[in-house]
Design a protein around this ligand. Structure first.
Ligand code: DAH
Length: 344
């Protein structure tokens, strides 16, 4: 087979320059460099050739290949640069463009920001404390000694790490109350803290997920009383849910507050009538109470001079209770299904 490389080269060059003109290089590429292109066909049948001839053919084909590839690469860049300074011929200015899809913040992030905004108006300062935490800050300093049965309620994940003789095991913090101790130990009074963080517990149903968010408020100052606590909670509830929402403080028992309450609001899904989520019209948002003297002491604060209140609620729970959202299964918030998320 006689191979006239020069002819192929000059023909390729000519065709490529007209391809550049019309800005469509794909046809040229498949004609010369494609799977069934000229380059491939040249070496498709070499059965009649001697070893010497095969070597010679290989050399020529390789040379042709680099020539064509270089030529193509140059043209690609010239086509892209033409695009920049010359208007495209078949570009219709009046055709509507394709809008890029615009995302938005996740519902939970939106809620966190809103909660933060409500509290910042009352002078609360947002802080962050470890999500992987020592047992001491999560339990012991909160008046829950090592073997206390109340710990069972915080179905805790333990991390497989060596125990510290003083601080105990490492846990995924099961609530944001660890922030109370860490904040007090900073030694700056008075305190108006808002700790929002991810927490973890071994739980999963329409009301619970293994990883969720809580926000914890802590106020410590002289002469702080339950009326302050009630006023702050009312402010949050009216601002976040609207003034038609009812709420109640139900006496409860937490080791770190005395007295302690659970705060319920009228269910935002059914409006308080009773549904599969709330059953009887009320939904528990979380706990609250007056900081226990032992907790103040663990934080290095004298309970004779100072008092405080605290509360810790679930971000998702608060979000779900918003009138109109009607999210009746907490797990939707974590499935990252765009069809769900795009509605908000
Ligand atoms: N940490 C508690 C929980 O996760 C909620 C809580 C109750 C926080 C009472 C508080 C409080 O600050 O005073 O269930």
């Amino acid at each position: 087979m006689k191979l006239d490389i020069e002819i192929i080269k000059s023909e390729a060059e000519e065709l490529l320059s007209s391809a550049v003109e019309s800005r469509s290089l794909a046809g040229w590429h498949s004609k010369y460099l494609g799977k069934k292109g000229i380059l491939r066909t040249l070496t498709a049948d070499v059965s009649g050739l001697s070893i010497e001839e095969k070597k010679e053919l290989g050399r020529k084909v390789n040379e042709l290949k680099s020539f064509l590839e270089e030529l193509y690469a140059e043209s690609v860049s010239s086509v892209t640069s033409i695009k920049k300074d010359k208007p495209l011929e078949n570009f219709y200015k009046t055709l509507p463009g394709k809008k890029p899809e615009i995302g938005h913040l996740h519902l939970i992030t939106q809620a966190i920001r809103e909660i933060n905004e409500v509290f910042s108006k009352l002078g609360f300062i947002r802080v962050r404390y470890p999500e992987v935490e020592w047992d001491y800050y999560s339990f012991e300093a909160l008046n829950m000694p090592k073997t206390h049965p109340a710990r069972d309620e915080w179905e805790t994940f333990f991390i497989d790490l060596p125990e510290d003789p003083k601080l105990g095991k490492v846990v995924i913090t099961p609530h944001t109350s660890n922030g109370q101790i860490r904040e007090m130990l900073k030694g700056q009074l008075p305190i108006r803290m808002l700790n929002i963080s991810r927490c973890g517990r071994r739980q999963s149903d329409i009301n619970h997920v293994p990883t969720f968010y809580q926000f914890e408020g802590l106020v410590v100052d002289k002469n702080i009383s339950i009326t302050h606590l009630k006023g702050v909670l009312e402010y949050l509830i009216y601002n976040f849910f609207g003034e038609e929402t009812k709420f109640r403080l139900r006496p409860y028992d937490f080791r770190f507050t005395e007295p302690s309450f659970e705060v319920d609001v009228s269910c935002g899904i059914c409006g308080g009538k009773g549904c599969r989520f709330c059953k009887e019209g009320w939904v528990e948002l979380g706990g609250a109470g007056m900081v226990h003297p032992n907790v103040l002491r663990a934080g290095g604060i004298d309970p004779e001079t100072y008092s405080g209140f605290a509360f810790g609620w679930g971000v998702e729970r608060v979000l779900m209770m918003r009138t109109g959202l009607k999210i009746d299964d907490i797990r939707y918030l974590f499935e990252n299904n765009l069809k769900f998320l795009e509605q908000f």
